[in-house]
Structures are given as structure tokens and as C-alpha cells.
Design a protein around this ligand. Structure first.
Ligand code: C5P
Length: 239
């Protein structure tokens, strides 16, 4: 069996570092213990976070693959490391919201906690300097950030993720409030990349509406790792 080893550090994001491997079609994602918010304006390290998120992401990506959403995830190769396909990432974030909170409430003045029926889909441009501005399909087409087909496929996959994960979390007593996905091209195919962890989604306890995601860090509520562990335990990724 092939051994995959880290070669060159390709990119270091806010919570993950990406390495090339001895196979040009594959990369290694290293989930660090770092947490960051407000475009890197607030950062902190939490021991075990990298490990929890690596496992969590693997669990979710494997499930998504089983329901027809192709993902970049190949396999876990270390406590904080996963082997993934080397995608050409699109500079776009796809967000679906089932309950109003966060930037939606700030932008539109709607009530925090309001159910959104039908759920709302939003595109954002990945650009730190511009603070990830919201964009629409016209911006994407005109500036060539993705093709029309990719836009349609991203919407289909992102809503399919919603149908599947809303139920998965509900069965664990959790509300999937909103989440962000990123896609990339792999040999002409649109594939889900990046990660799905409590760093990039919002999860509330169904009874108490307690926040069990990165909002604990964003709002200085404390208990971030305990919350991530609670979520992982409830969906069965932490034994
Ligand atoms: O901040 P906002 O309310 O727009 O976030 C919507 C969802 O997208 C949240 O689950 C948040 O964690 C996620 N998100 C993210 N990375 C960003 C922006 C938003 O993971 N850069």
C-alpha cells in the first residue's frame, strides 16, 4: 500500500495547513488547533481541536459521499491529518441558512432565531481583503469565478447537503442553523472541498438553543472544545 508523506507546505489557512504529497493528485490537510474569527482579528489555540475537527470532517464527508455528493476526502492518515484530492478551488463560499442569525440579521435586520422557510442560499466571494463580500450569479458569471454549470451544481449539492445533514443533526438533538461549503474542480468534475466542522456551521441544541459551534469563540462564550466534543459525541464520532 502506498505511503503518503507531506512534501511542500502549499498554503496555511486560518485553521488548516495544506501540503503537497508524493502524488500530485493528492494533498494532505492538517487540522491545526488554531481558531480564528473576524478575518483573523481574533485567534486562539485550543488543544484537541485539530483532532476533533479532523475526525468530525471525515465522518461527515464520508456520509455525504454515500448520499451522492462527491467530496475530496480520501482517508484519515493521522490524528490531525487527512488525505484529500487536489482540487482547483473556486473562490466562492456557498451558505445555506435554515434559521436567521449572524451576518443575515446584521445585514437585513431580521429577527435572530427566526425559521427560514424556504431556506436561504447565499454566495460569498472568498477574499479576506474585501471581507468576503456577498455576490450573486451575475458577478460569478461575468467575472468568471465559476461557470453557469458549476453554479447550478453548487446549488444542487449544497441543498442536498442540507436535506441530509438537517436530519442527521436533528436525530442527535441538534438544529443545523446554517453552514458554508466550498467546491473545486477535479478533472472536470465539481467536488466538495474544504471541511465540514463546527468551525464552518452553526449548531444549536434543539431544546435549549445553546450554541455548540464556533459562535462560542466568536462571542466569547467559553466552552468551545466541550461544545465540539458534545456534538461529536451526539453524532457518534467521539467514542
Ligand atoms: O457569518 P455568517 O452568518 O454569514 O455565516 C454563515 C455560516 O457560514 C456560518 O455557519 C459560518 O460559520 C459560516 N462561515 C464560514 N466561513 C466564512 C463565513 C461564514 O465558515 N468565511
Amino acid at each position: 500500500m502506498m505511503e503518503y508523506t507531506k512534501q511542500i507546505k502549499l498554503y496555511s489557512g486560518k485553521a488548516k495547513t495544506v501540503y503537497t504529497t508524493n502524488d500530485s493528485k493528492l494533498l494532505i490537510l492538517h487540522f491545526r488547533d488554531d481558531t480564528s474569527a473576524f478575518d483573523g482579528g481574533k485567534t486562539e489555540q485550543f488543544s484537541k481541536k485539530g483532532e476533533i475537527n479532523n475526525k468530525f470532517n471525515a465522518f461527515i464527508m464520508e456520509k455525504l459521499d454515500q448520499v451522492g455528493i462527491p467530496t475530496h476526502f480520501e482517508k484519515l492518515i493521522g490524528p490531525q491529518e487527512s488525505l484529500v484530492k487536489n482540487l482547483e478551488m473556486l473562490p466562492i463560499e456557498c451558505v445555506v441558512r435554515n434559521i436567521a442569525t449572524g451576518s443575515l440579521c446584521r445585514r437585513l435586520g431580521v429577527q435572530d432565531g427566526e425559521d427560514l422557510e424556504p431556506p436561504i442560499f447565499e454566495f460569498f466571494l472568498k477574499n479576506d481583503t474585501l471581507h468576503d463580500p456577498m455576490i450573486n450569479e451575475y458577478h460569478i458569471e461575468t467575472f468568471g469565478w465559476a461557470t453557469k454549470n458549476q453554479v447550478e451544481q453548487m446549488k444542487i449539492y449544497t441543498f442536498r447537503v442540507n436535506d441530509f445533514l438537517k436530519k442527521l443533526f436533528l436525530d442527535a438533538g441538534l438544529l443545523l442553523v446554517d453552514y458554508k461549503l466550498e467546491f473545486g474542480d477535479y478533472q472536470g468534475q465539481l467536488i466538495l472541498g474544504d471541511e465540514f466542522t463546527p468551525d464552518g456551521c452553526r449548531l444549536w441544541d434543539i431544546e435549549t438553543r445553546k450554541k455548540l459551534d464556533k459562535d462560542r469563540f466568536r462571542h466569547g462564550l467559553g466552552g468551545l472544545i466541550e461544545a465540539y466534543e458534545e456534538v461529536a459525541r451526539r453524532i457518534g464520532t467521539l467514542l
